[in-house]
Design a protein around this ligand. Sequence first.
Ligand SMILES: Cc1ncc(COP(=O)(O)O)c(C=O)c1O
Length: 392
Amino acid sequence: MAAGDAHDLRARYDAATADLEPPLAIIDMAAFRANADDLVRRAGDTPVRLASKSVRVRSLLEAVLQRPGFGGVLAYSLAEAVWLADHGVDDIVMGYPSVDRPSLRRIADEESLAAAITLCVDDVGQLDFLTAVLGPGHAVVRLCMDIDTSWRPLGLYVGARRSPVRSPAQASELAQEIKRRPGFRLVGVMTYEAQIAGIPDAGAAVRWMKSRSAREIDRRRRRVLDAISSDADLEFVNAGGTGSLEVSAAGDGVTEVTAGSGLFGPTLFDQYRTFRPVPAVAFALPVLRRPGPRTVTVAGGGYPASGPAGWSRLPTPYLPPGLRVLRTEGAGEVQTPLRGREADALSLGSRVWFRPAKAAEICERFLSVHLVEGDRVVATVPTYRGESRAFG
Ligand SMILES: Cc1ncc(COP(=O)(O)O)c(C=O)c1O
């Protein structure tokens, strides 16, 4: 970012939050809206299902669902899905299997919940578990089959360990088993290609891997869909994430794509070649002390993102520009020293703004986020945590 732009942005964020005490988190709403528009543009005519794990603020979820191009939620916890359905969200697909008995029992008992929530399965064992927990005579349960999309050249494994269902024959076997069981209906298929969506375009080798993998998934997904077509009346075929929208939306048979992180624009998405979300989420920490020249220490900061541990998962000092986390200390549990020429211009109590590595995990650290329009906070809304909800 140009120095003048960084100066203006910092002045704007400082002015908007001048009456608030850090630590605090903001969403820059102009950036958030621009990111939402860009996700829809990248998806073309394919509707975008919203990954709730990458938002974790109910009012923002609801606002995005009102925007043209978005439809439905991809939830990460069944308790979350039930909670969202209780608040009126009527199209929720689970992105992962669940063994949450109390939530499953609610689905068994309440037709409206069973109609709103689609469960994720990839194993006959899960069907057995569901059958045992749901009991006899339960409401018809909607199921989505998760398909393994990993790329396996020469015995390598490139991708996430998700579903064991890989081949058309395996998919067909599971579809037939679902059809045999009363009270279950296979309505969807999911092919989340983590190695395309979740890995930045760092060099030609990664880009080559992504294009080869996309081609392999495309062919196999078509064969899987053909293999289960006589045993399921599919309503949707889901694919993708923020990092793969163009590729996923163009996939043979895909009817919807998923995205979430692109709304917040965290640092892990700075390295993709085909798109660049605008940073929309930031948090401010106050300067507590000055251990020496060119160094300040701010409160808190140790909010690493999930995934393979390393520097890329730590929050990045953002504004003023030019500050960096010390290699020897990282981002600390209760304080974080920062070094850089800008440090000498910071006084006790002034703010340093950070960007998180991933999207909404940072919401687990704050009870609310402040929505910034221009140089004003226009609303303060609770995070999931602020609504006393912790879904993992
Ligand atoms: C099943 C599934 N779909 C989609 C996504 C993409 O989400 P996002 O756009 O937030 O990266 C993820 C992320 O992990 C996922 O697990």
